[in-house]
Design a protein around this ligand. Structure first.
Ligand SMILES: [Cu+2]
Length: 131
């Protein structure tokens, strides 16, 4: 076998086998969907344009919850102090993901802690953890 043939065989192997395997593996790296995680997207606008959507988040006790927080207008924050969550959404359009286990049953307030509009004080919601 000539050296050029060996190189050609390696290149063909890389294209036919390694590239698809790499692409296949990459999709799982980019989109993990582990069992038992409740994913909820929360859209956040100024109160005049909807506030927290949803403003009422209902989960079951013991669930692992992943909140994908999205602001599309101005800088907001998301404070859920009973679960030690306090994060700023500094860059509109860039999601912030927080994750926690809903270990305590009950109703827990969350709010925005950054003055985002004249009606900022209305930027509130509730996490409801059901039994
Ligand atoms: Cu605010």
């Amino acid at each position: 076998m000539r050296r050029a043939d060996v190189v050609a065989a390696i290149v063909v192997f890389a294209i036919v086998v390694l590239l698809p395997v790499g692409i296949f593996a990459y999709q799982f790296k980019e989109k993990p969907h582990p069992e038992g995680v409740r994913e909820i997207t929360v859209i956040i606008h100024t109160f005049e344009h909807g506030g927290f959507q949803p403003a009422r988040i209902v989960v079951r006790k013991g669930e692992r919850v992943r909140l994908k927080l999205m602001s599309y207008d101005v800088t907001h924050s998301f404070q859920l102090l009973d679960y030690d969550i306090d994060t700023d959404l500094i860059f509109p359009g860039q999601p912030v993901v927080v994750e926690f286990v809903a270990s305590e049953e009950g109703t827990f307030p969350f709010q925005c802690n950054i003055k985002c509009s004249p009606s900022h004080q209305n930027m509130v919601g509730q996490l409801i953890v059901e039994p």
